[in-house]
Design a protein around this ligand. Structure first.
Ligand SMILES: Cc1cc2nc3c(=O)[nH]c(=O)nc-3n(C[C@H](O)[C@H](O)[C@H](O)COP(=O)(O)O)c2cc1C
Length: 180
């Protein structure tokens, strides 16, 4: 199996990280990887917030908690962390305005980041829930904290760090594939 396919097969969501910060080189490699992601019509409307400042992650987490339903909080408890970012040393938040297919662009970019991180021996978990902290009808939403521009919206996030746990990849179901 070639190394890219091996990396894809080995990836799984990691929800516990060591305190070790990422090096400048690791951060650069991740930035370089995400900028290689394609966007529809090459519009490049995505913005990537690489956040290593734990005080900022904490503030966003507090806003997520503020908006969380009891069910979301209970699920998070089961996942073993008060932090919706799992205390990862790096969180990347991907945003976009309403240009062509923004969520698809963001999904592709976060997938590329996930595989890039995995290939570097870094654990990661893709995060949809933090959208709660960026709701446009919330006057205290965290867009201001990150300096979002007019019309810029949270699309997806990913927590990345050195894994402090192991998790087997999920079970594959080949019935999901339809051959014609
Ligand atoms: C779009 C998307 C959003 C997700 N949001 C969250 C999230 O907010 N919190 C979380 O702990 N995991 C989240 N996950 C991780 C999934 O729960 C995980 O990928 C799934 O359970 C399969 O497990 P695996 O990644 O280990 O294969 C998300 C995954 C995707 C693809």
């Amino acid at each position: 199996m070639n190394p890219v396919l091996k990396t894809i097969q080995e990836r799984s969501s990691i929800r516990r990280y060591k305190d070790t910060p990422l090096t400048e080189e690791e951060l650069f490699l991740l930035k370089d990887a995400v900028l290689a992601a394609p966007t529809a019509r090459n519009l490049q409307g995505l913005r990537y917030y690489f956040i290593t400042d734990q005080s900022i992650i904490k503030k966003i987490n507090e806003r997520v908690i503020y908006h969380s339903s009891d069910a979301v909080r209970a699920r998070q408890k089961e996942r073993g962390s008060v932090s919706f970012f799992f205390d990862a040393p790096l969180v990347v938040i991907i945003t976009a305005g309403d240009q062509m297919w923004p969520d698809m662009d963001a999904g592709i970019a976060v997938g590329i980041l996930s595989i890039a991180a995995q290939s570097m021996g870094l654990g990661n978990v893709i995060l949809g829930i933090p959208a709660l902290a960026f709701q446009e009808d919330d006057p205290e939403n965290c867009g201001q904290l990150l300096g979002f521009e007019e019309g810029e919206k949270y699309r997806i996030a990913i927590a990345i760090g050195h894994p402090d746990t192991e998790k087997a990849p999920h079970k594959k179901n080949f019935d999901l594939i339809k051959d014609f």
